[in-house]
Design a binder for this molecule. Sequence first.
Ligand code: SF4
Ligand code: SF4
Length: 316
Amino acid sequence: MHPTLPKLVETDFPAIRRDKLDTLQVNLGYLCNLSCLHCHVNAGPKRKELMTRATIDQLFEFIDQQGITTLDLTGGAPEMNPHFKYTVSQAVQRGIRIIDRCNLVILEEPGYEDLVGFLATHQVQIVASLPCYSSDNVDAQRGDGVFDKSISALQKLNAVDYGKELDLRLVYNPQDATLPAPQARLEQEYKEHLFAHFGVVFTQLLTITNMPIQRFGSTLISKGLFDHYMQVLKAAYQQVNLEHLMCKSMLSVDWQGFLYDCDFNQMLDLPVGLSSKKKHISDCLQTDFNQQAITIADHCYGCAAGSGSSCSGALT
Ligand code: SF4
Ligand code: SF4
């Protein structure tokens, strides 16, 4: 049972507005083959919430109307949604850039043997979590055996040109209540270690700050570190990061088709654009999201602290 998280809604974080909407991050459901400690969506093998085919079709109507150019698929393990391949094919037909936020281990699970080939054929960009390049740390955060399976999956991806011609990015997040180390330095260390020990290559490392919400927030509370972590984030606030926040160009969609300013706001149930109630994609086909005010709360300091953080890594 998770301890109750403090309300993060009252905040002194500065007001922000969206610039130009070009990216849709879509949560295809909370079903996942793993149950990681840092997971901000509390995903796991027992979750039943999955986006339906009808909602996916509404999603593409929204994409067409809004001129979305990047579709960022997340979960859970997005590949476990039974309509994952349909979604990718629909995006490919439209010439949209597709990102699959992949936990790597799914590529090793029975029933998913053809997934590596499918992703390569459709030139899907892979963003894959590997919170450390040593097995002890990864297994502690993500579960026993996860590191070895992740390496095996990376080798399979390399064999079909991922990390070479095809884009393969790895995601690092800290194990504890600290900010990530500088992205460029960590990337160099990851590249040297993974190539020397496993012959693995990848395109880029993305460092992501842990958000003080959901499972990681609960872990902080149970260790008595929640207030300390918020102080760490606030003390490291950098105004320059405001210009590059991911919510300036994207919207997040939950498994039922409701809209949020970002994935974190989705997890906190904070509706898009300071609205008092949730808005569905099917009701927002003609809405102009450019210059719309963004719903902010204290967790936004997680995006603006230090070098900044987003689903595309450090901001500055
Ligand atoms: S793999 Fe990702 S979605 Fe699944 S439990 Fe871990 S962090 Fe959550
Ligand atoms: S959590 Fe980050 S991405 Fe989400 S609204 Fe706040 S600043 Fe923007």
